[in-house]
Design a protein around this ligand. Sequence first.
Ligand code: BGC
Length: 733
Amino acid sequence: MTAPERTLLSVIFVPVLLIIPVFLTAGEPVSEAPRCAVEMKADSILNLLTLEEKVALLHANSKFTSTGVPRLGIPELASADGPTGVREELERDSWEPLNLPTDSATFFPAGPSLAATWNVGLARRYGEALGEETRARGKDILLAPSVNIIRTPLSGRNFEFFTEDPVLNAEIAVAYIQGLQSRDVAACIKHYAVNNQEFNRWRVDVLMNERTLREIYLPVYRAAVERAHVLSFMGAYNKFRGWYLCENDYLLNDVLKKEWGFKGIVISDWGATHSTIDAAMHGLDIEMGSRGDYSSYHFADPLLKAVREGDVPVSVIDDKAKRVLYVMLRCRTMSEDRQQGSICTPEHFKTAYDVAAESIVLLKNTDSVLPVQVQKIRKLAVLGENAVHRHAIEGFGAGVKTKYEMTPLEGLKKKLGDRVEILFAQGYREKYNFLETGMRWRIRVPDNDPDSVLIREAVEVARGSDAVIIFGGSNRTIESEASDRRDMALPFGQAELIRAVTAVNPNTVLVLIASAPYDLTAVEPVTSAILWGWFNGSEAGSAMADVLTGDVNPSGKLPFTMPVRLEDSPAHALDAYPGEDNAVYYKEGVLVGYRWFDTRNIDPLYCFGHGLSYTDFTLSSFKTDKTVYGQDESIQLECRVKNTGHREGAETVQIYVHDTKASVLRPSKELKAFQKVVLKPGRQQTVRFSLNIRDLAFYDDMRREWKVEPGQFELLFGTSSRDIHGSMMIDVE
Ligand code: BGC
């Protein structure tokens, strides 16, 4: 068929297309309609498009949109950055904010905070709220969640990611995506895949064995496709086994599209496309970028040329264009009754509060310093720059122009200001030195020289107070996209501040606001109570004040291991970070995070899954339904949790598995399931889990399949990876 004939045909079909939206709105929402019906609709629209129109769907036409088909009333596909809130409006062709009075959004707690709640229901609410805000801003895709495994404490983007563990990662991500997509928005899970360091991310070739890939790095993506039906993927900047991720035939075509049956679109990270023919043939669908000359993009004129010259078959273009239409239909971009969303509502701020409150981790509480005994205090010293620092927009990359962000000092004043005299001293100064990167920008590295004047002033305030709370930690300039930290040092000389203050007032609580491990060796021994506070969103200050004063009982659990020293963590112990000659080999294999620490018997400062409460719990009555299982069976297991203390609280029961004998090196334990229960004092509850025997498998590199070797497995019931209360032995035939 010639181009004019096609155009003519499409004109004839316009009335048909105009009927489609009506048809779509008539029955159940398309987002819930059977997927094959949506595919058929995508096919029928595809038949109306010219080659030029199809190619136009496949590349950016502004910073955050790709072209629609104006002739047929098909709108642009518009995205916005997440993952912790909908990014403000930027100029169409630059990174400059438009400074609109109408584009504020809720700042939701960052990735590890959400994972630290270990609350899947809350992750779903988080996704729903984000979906509503995305729609209210008229966008179709939220570029979130950000799910790369936390492999090294230093990765600049750990503050966006969830965890070091693949099961916790998948559970949180699936709920987040389901929530988001229930609001007629497409999630864009990123960054596929193995983008675990920011250092040299544009070039580094990431290498590992297949087993490591399958057991640690891919499960979250597979779960997103198979369980959450995620609609889009973002291809990462780095390479994997020699190929850039946006032209990686193995990961995009073989694994994602063929093996997992992904029907949505693969979008490049901004400027991550390096070729036309390879990228087109190897599975990329849409090229996004930062340059303004959109027609010169690999997937614009060069792609059209490649098709005309026979280097890329039309069928490949059809497949991509159909995927774009499929995503549009599934999030109902052409439907009149598409959900319109809402933004900055009290409900969204409440969700942000609930996540923040449940994410705060009580790391240490000797002598029951916490909760702060408000009735016994007249003067409270609040020290440290992080008591007044806002974290919504900072560093490189996306932030959130939030309507408000309550700081810890504001939260405490609001809560206690009428009863307690609150004295603030800055304690340390945020200051930086600049480091050349060899790229177009320099990175800021913290200057760790203590400020003796500020320390002296803070010590005086602490000396005259009944209780002290120090807010230290980090910020989003230090933990930022595009650069890794150079070490785990607590920045700005704050260790000296903490030591000096605790020496004059032992009634001191340390609150660390950060989203990655820091070296606490100098401060942990001198501090009786430590709370981990994260970059916790719009309601960070009120949630923190409620936990400090005991109105909220902390229930967060660490989603990553806090090592004593950087050299204890696997990638650093094995000198497998950041790689050399533009390649990094993940020598630790599957021994990531606690899998390494436990198997190698290295004590962390705080282990994965650790988090205390103001009450106490016991676990007892450990049971499995049988003792011998076949390969296709499932295990029903249960235990009883009792709140033996005097306050209501929540405990997360964590089920780990230990394969007692295997033909390959297996981690000494692996998380397989978890559940959070809320209990009033004195109450108990039976917690039940169901595990498939298949969940106990390892990936057999040689045979390229999952394998459960017959033999004994130990099922461990814990409240952290190192606090195991009981176990059951089972046999697999
Ligand atoms: C980041 C992505 C982000 C994109 C658009 C890239 O630098 O890696 O996560 O979505 O920019 O802002």
